[in-house]
Design a protein. Structure first.
Length: 451
């Protein structure tokens, strides 16, 4: 008996310690089993309390009267599958006749309280089938990306969603993106995660950092082109526009549109070209767009108009040529001048970190997901890195990128420096860097970044 008591005390102590220090381990060892038991035992009563049941059909009522049996109870959605994950549970439901996915979505907050879970979200998989994802703990408090992700060409994992799934930046599905955030909101860390995710891929990185290059120039070994002032940015963007025209000429020459060519072999963008002809895709990262749009003289105004015109052209036409934009800023409103709202309309992917006013959140989501505006302005100051992401479909989610220091990003960019492609059109803008330190010499944590 004494041995059992000691063992029980040790188990309880281990559970408390894991829940405090390693919530993911606690969930996998203890929490998932308890949560599955709660869901299965209380499922019918919870569904009834959340108004997710339907009354018995007429033929069941008639059959009960004929057989002189009690009146059948209301029926809850049928459980198709219940499986645990590293962050929670995934419950797949088959809806009853008369129910729709909105009923489940409207009841997610009640389900969260009833099942004693941290968060509940739902989405419709197909007609009549809804997936409910429940998280057992705050996955955004300490972000740990899963060791196994599902990357693809031009698709990189950059953050963790509040439902425990991985948030990917897929440039082929969402070519251009906008990243907003106030100072110290985590915008720069999110950008570093993008660079770190793109570094191992066959892609050319182009950076425009008008803060004298303090954000992007330490990562210069992995960049094919960099600009640190508006004048250099104008020349670089116009070179990209010329390169885009050359790529379109290549696609036009390789379209092979004849009556004997199958539709699947007709080229309409670079991804339809054969591998030996396909130009390398280009991702353009603009660190602070306001520095490109502000002006104080007539000459600067002319330069500004040319910059915005080039950006709008790249946003409108660059996707088929394999040119993708990722534009960062603290604000992105009409006060930056003509052409800005036209550019913003082309940026499908929207990510907003903590902002200082509601109008800044409206700049990101007011035209695509109004519900996300309130979520963006409620991000607390003490949790940098938390953001709200959405796209033109109207869906949105809270995410948080893992903290990646500048030193870590520099090391990764140096490791993949040999994958930096040479793009002839961008050769004049290639950053000049020194030779790498020998592999046997580890970089000191406080060593200055070379550029």
């Amino acid at each position: 008996m004494k041995v059992l008591t000691v063992a029980l005390v040790l188990v309880v102590a281990a559970a408390v310690l894991l829940r405090w220090r390693r919530p993911a381990w606690y969930w996998l060892v203890f929490g998932a089993a308890f949560a599955i038991g709660r869901v299965l035992v209380n499922y019918t009563s919870v569904m009834d309390a959340c108004r997710l049941t339907v009354p018995p059909s007429r033929w069941r009522l008639a059959l009960a009267r004929i057989a002189n049996r009690p009146v059948p109870e209301s029926r809850a959605p049928r459980i198709l599958r219940l499986r645990p994950t590293r962050t929670g549970l995934v419950l797949r439901l088959k809806l009853r006749p008369g129910q729709d996915a909105f009923d489940v979505s409207a009841a997610t907050d009640r389900l969260r309280h009833s099942f004693a879970m941290y968060g509940v979200t739902s989405r419709e998989l197909r007609s009549g089938v809804v997936e409910v994802r429940m998280t057992g703990y705050d996955v955004l408090k300490r972000v740990h990306m899963p060791t196994r992700t599902d990357p693809a060409p031009m698709r990189v994992p950059v953050a963790l969603r509040e439902d425990g799934s991985v948030h990917y930046r897929d440039y082929r599905a969402v070519p251009h993106g906008l990243i907003l955030g106030a100072t110290e909101s985590g915008k720069s860390v999110f950008q570093r995660n993008l660079v770190v995710g793109l570094a191992p891929l066959d892609v050319a990185l182009v950076g425009i950092d008008c803060k004298q290059g303090v954000e992007l120039f330490p990562l210069a070994r992995r960049f094919s082109a960099l600009a640190d002032n508006p004048d250099a940015a104008l020349d670089l963007l116009e070179a990209l526009v010329i390169h885009m025209g050359d790529v379109y000429q290549l696609i036009r020459a390789e379209q092979r549109i004849t009556v004997n060519v199958a539709d699947a072999e007709i080229a309409s963008d670079i991804w339809d070209l054969p591998d030996h002809l396909r130009p390398v895709p280009i991702v353009v990262l603009v660190d602070e767009v306001a520095e490109l749009a502000l002006f104080a003289s007539k000459d600067e105004e002319k330069r500004r108009d040319r910059i915005i015109t080039a950006l709008v052209r790249l946003a409108q036409l660059g996707r088929a040529a394999g040119i993708y934009l990722e534009i960062c800023g603290q604000r992105f409103g009409s006060e930056l001048g003509k052409g800005i709202t036209m550019l913003r309309a082309q940026l499908t992917g929207r990510t907003a970190h903590r902002v200082n006013d509601e109008s800044s959140a409206n700049m990101a989501f007011g035209d695509i997901a109004p519900d996300a505006v309130l979520a963006a302005i409620q991000i607390p100051t003490e949790t940098p890195g938390i953001a709200v992401t959405g796209d033109s479909s109207g869906g949105w989610a809270r995410i948080r990128a893992p903290h990646t220091s500048l030193r870590q990003a520099v090391n990764i960019c140096n490791r993949y420096a040999d994958r930096t492609p040479d793009v002839p059109a961008l050769a004049p803008f290639r950053p000049v860097v020194g030779s790498l330190a020998p592999a046997s010499e580890p970089l000191a944590k406080n060593a200055p970044a070379t550029a």
